[in-house]
Design a protein around this ligand. Structure first.
Ligand code: HEM
Length: 570
């Protein structure tokens, strides 16, 4: 009984109406005692009345109007506490908690997180309304403390609020960095990194391989070669100390960007900051900035050396390195700045480098680790992927980028991976710029928007109740069996790997190539199984929450070569 009472008390803490009932039961019990001891029960009655009125008024006010004139109703949502609002209703896996609220209250749910109003949804038509039909209203981002400290005062692309600065930075990405021509110029590097990936696995064949390390190195090397002209893994140009510093700050950056920092919702929390979160943000901010300053210095020194060698600088012109490509930092150093300035500000270049590293590496590595996990859990799927690779590529050459559009079944596998394990549980939070109406509900300016991509992929109303939990790539096959399977949201918005509208991912095509290439090479070159003693179906698939949503534990898997030995030495 005591146990039951404590469970109800905990539930009561999360639900004010329940607490009122508990309070009423308690007070009437004590009233009984008071009666027996002849104490006046007038005071008890008054306390009960006032408590009831306060809570019921607060709840009604919040439910009916949310502080807005009746008729402009906020979307439905759970009642919240004064000051903290609904923060206590969110636990370690907030995407799952918000999904449960959508099941209970409907496709669009309103929450109050401390002083911040928020909406969340996992419904394709509401998502389309927010990201496409009302793109102008919802294309901003909240100024979180992590964004201020870790993205150069929100001066980057990914975390910047809507405004002329974001537009300019995004244009630089689209017109100078992520163009088809520029990306093609790195295809040779990508092929080399795909080969290193196969070699790294071959070197550890027949033993349990930590796939997080191998896949992380593949993504990181691809991105840093393109961005900084350096490899940090596998004997590239960077020294071990620099590589260790790079890894450390990148991990810290991801971790801090993923934290839900209470100081963003309850300003008083910042005075206490019991876990030193903001102090850590400032520390990482300094180390990241030093690292980027060093990268800029190296590139400028290299440029000077070339100038001395040639006796002239080809300003404003593509300046290729000895391999024939300009890395992104070279490109950024060659661009003119704002208002007629000769160059971009250093802080602008650093913010862009930072964004690309954060946005490009973890997303593709996490997706690859989940895809490998699901395929090893389902040997039937592995056999189908390999049959396709054997027919499109054959046993006597390696997969190339030109094969990727033909790998129809593998593309379905990647879509299914994005359905069940999107790179991030939510899109990066959006924010509304002005008052608006969504699905008939009032949404005030400054509302934070949590698009729950994880819950979208698990939504039985979208995917059917029968096999929503099952990894079944066939569900993405095109009806006529032909054509190219696209790895994007499509017209139905049933999956949302790269988002849509103004803030959609500008690196989608590169991301898809990195994911497909790694998987195609790994499944073409090797057979895969879990470590000895683990059955495929018992391979753990628990996730942890963060800006991206990796497996709780790194994937360990055993590779057995399936091509002739000479193929691995090419
Ligand atoms: C599998 C790989 C990738 C996935 C799944 C992915 C996914 C996403 C998602 C979901 C967003 C948030 C969109 C929103 O909030 O509405 C995003 C934003 C972004 N991504 Fe990616 N991405 C990937 C790879 C890349 C790559 C390779 C780059 C660049 C080299 C990149 C650069 C960015 C940038 C700059 C933004 C911010 C856009 C903005 O706010 O305007 N991403 N990405």
């Amino acid at each position: 009984m005591a146990n039951h009472m404590s469970i109800w008390a905990v539930k009561g803490l999360r639900h004010p109406l329940l607490l009122t009932i508990l309070l009423a039961i308690y007070v009437s019990a004590s009233t009984d005692r008071h009666r027996r001891s002849n104490l006046p029960n007038l005071v008890t009655g008054a306390v009960l009345l006032v408590a009831g009125v306060v809570v019921v008024t607060a709840v009604l006010h919040r439910r009916l109007s949310g502080g807005y004139p009746i008729g402009r109703r906020l979307p439905p949502g759970p009642p919240g506490w004064p000051i903290v609002g609904n923060l206590l209703q969110l636990g370690q896996l907030p995407h799952r908690d918000m999904a449960a609220l959508c099941r209970e209250y409907g496709p669009l749910v309103y929450l109050r997180l401390g002083r911040v109003g928020a909406i969340t949804t996992d419904d394709p038509s509401v998502i389309r309304e927010i990201l496409v039909e009302q793109d102008d209203v919802f294309a901003s981002r909240p100024r979180t403390l992590a964004a201020v400290h870790l993205a150069y005062g929100c001066g980057d692309v990914a975390l910047a609020p809507m405004g002329p600065r974001w537009k300019r930075m995004r244009r630089i990405c689209m017109e100078h960095l992520l163009t088809t021509r520029r990306l093609e110029s790195f295809s040779r590097h990508r092929a080399e990194e795909a080969h290193h990936l196969v070699r790294a696995v071959w070197g550890q064949r027949q033993q349990a391989i930590n796939m997080r390390e191998v896949l992380g190195a593949f993504s990181m090397n691809n991105v840093t070669r393109m961005l900084l002209g350096k490899q940090y893994f596998g004997g590239g140009k960077a020294g071990p100390e620099e590589a260790a510093e790079f890894m450390h700050i990148t991990h810290e950056l991801f971790r801090l960007l993923g934290v839900i920092y209470l100081g963003d919702y309850l300003p008083a929390w910042r005075w206490v900051d019991p876990y030193g979160c903001e102090r850590k943000m400032r520390e990482v901010e300094k180390r990241v900035d030093d690292f980027h300053a060093n990268i800029l210095k190296e590139h400028r020194d290299k440029k000077k050396k070339k100038k001395n060698k040639k006796g002239r600088v080809k300003e404003e012109e593509d300046e290729e390195d000895e391999d024939g490509e300009m890395d992104f930092v070279d490109v950024l150093l060659s661009l003119p700045g704002e208002d007629g300035k000769a160059h971009l500000e250093d802080v602008e270049i650093k913010a862009l480098i930072q964004d690309m590293i954060a946005a490009a590496t973890d997303t593709s590595a996490v997706t690859n680790e989940w895809a490998m996990t699901e395929v090893i859990r389902h040997p039937r799927v592995l056999r189908k992927i390999q049959a396709e690779l054997d027919s499109v590529v054959g046993p006597s050459r390696m997969v190339t980028e030109s094969d990727l559009p033909q790998l129809t079944y593998l593309r379905c596998v990647v879509r299914e991976t994005f359905r069940m394990h999107p790179a991030g549980p939510f899109l990066i939070p959006h924010e509304s710029l002005r008052d608006t109406t969504v699905s008939g509900h009032h949404v005030p300016a400054g509302t934070r928007v949590f698009i729950n991509t994880h819950a979208l992929g698990q939504n039985p109303a979208v995917w059917g109740h029968r096999d929503v939990d099952e990894f079944r790539p066939e569900r993405h096959a095109l009806p006529d069996g032909g054509g190219r399977v696209e790895i994007s949201h499509g017209a139905d918005f049933k999956i949302l790997p790269f988002s849509a509208g103004k803030r959609r991912c500008p690196g989608g095509p590169l991301g898809v190539t990195l994911v497909l290439m790694a998987l195609a090479r790994l499944f073409h070159c090797f057979d895969w199984s879990p470590p000895d003693g683990v059955r495929p179906e018992d391979l753990d698939a628990t996730e942890v929450y963060g800006m991206t949503m990796p497996r709780a534990q790194p994937l360990l898997a055993v590779a057995r070569p399936r091509l002739a030995a000479n193929m691995y030495n090419l």
